[in-house]
Design a protein around this ligand. Sequence first.
Ligand SMILES: Cc1cc2nc3c(=O)[nH]c(=O)nc-3n(C[C@H](O)[C@H](O)[C@H](O)COP(=O)(O)O)c2cc1C
Length: 235
Amino acid sequence: MNILVINGTLRKGSTWHIRQLLLEQLSALTPSTIKEISLPTDLPGFCAGCFQCIVKGEQFCPHHERVSAIEQAIIEADCIIMTSPVYSYDVSAPLKNLLDHFAYRWMSHRPHPSMFKKVAITITTAAGAGTKHTTKTMRESLEFWGVAQVYSLRFNVAAMSYEDVSEKIKKRININVQRTAKKVITEQSKPKLKVSIKPRLLFKVMRLMHRSNTWNLTDRNHWDQLGWLGKGRPY
Ligand SMILES: Cc1cc2nc3c(=O)[nH]c(=O)nc-3n(C[C@H](O)[C@H](O)[C@H](O)COP(=O)(O)O)c2cc1C
């Protein structure tokens, strides 16, 4: 399995350790190759909000070179692991910046067909609160990109570093990580990956919208060329 890790922090703290455990579990269950995106190093520039990607095409983004390298890594992955600690009840700013750069890949614009054949796992940790909201931010993007199945790991670790996490919490982390790894591999090894209800529903609604889309021909042409305005489906 080709795994891409999108690290929302450079810190080797609790979130990083949980991702490490997950990678070990997944690799033990199936031969895996692992690629990493580290933020903000791999995408230091902020989204300028210029609308160029949405209106004219992604090649007009001021950060196109870096964004397209990340996109290529996403396309090649069977499994995306997206991680972030909770900062002020949400994802880290570097991860939010990456999500903003990929707004053009939302189903309301130009989802990539390969997304519907991928699984994703989100990982977040907080001292005490905010993992639900942070998980939601990551899941919304993944589901709006069209990812077939999204799994989530979230923990209140009551600590500023992994060394300070109690044995009781570490035990719970281990159990949940093992369970999630098994679920992912079971799904991935099926001949055809099941696409869950949310991306299916989003696709149906957005398809209807794009059939009468006269306001953004870049988006509409994308759907048209893939045959999605007719009978074609990405899953
Ligand atoms: C800027 C900043 C904001 C934070 N905001 C929250 C928060 O809203 N809720 C919370 O429970 N913990 C918050 N924390 C604590 C971290 O989420 C928590 O310690 C997390 O496990 C750190 O992950 P890491 O060890 O992978 O860096 C914050 C920490 C920082 C540095």
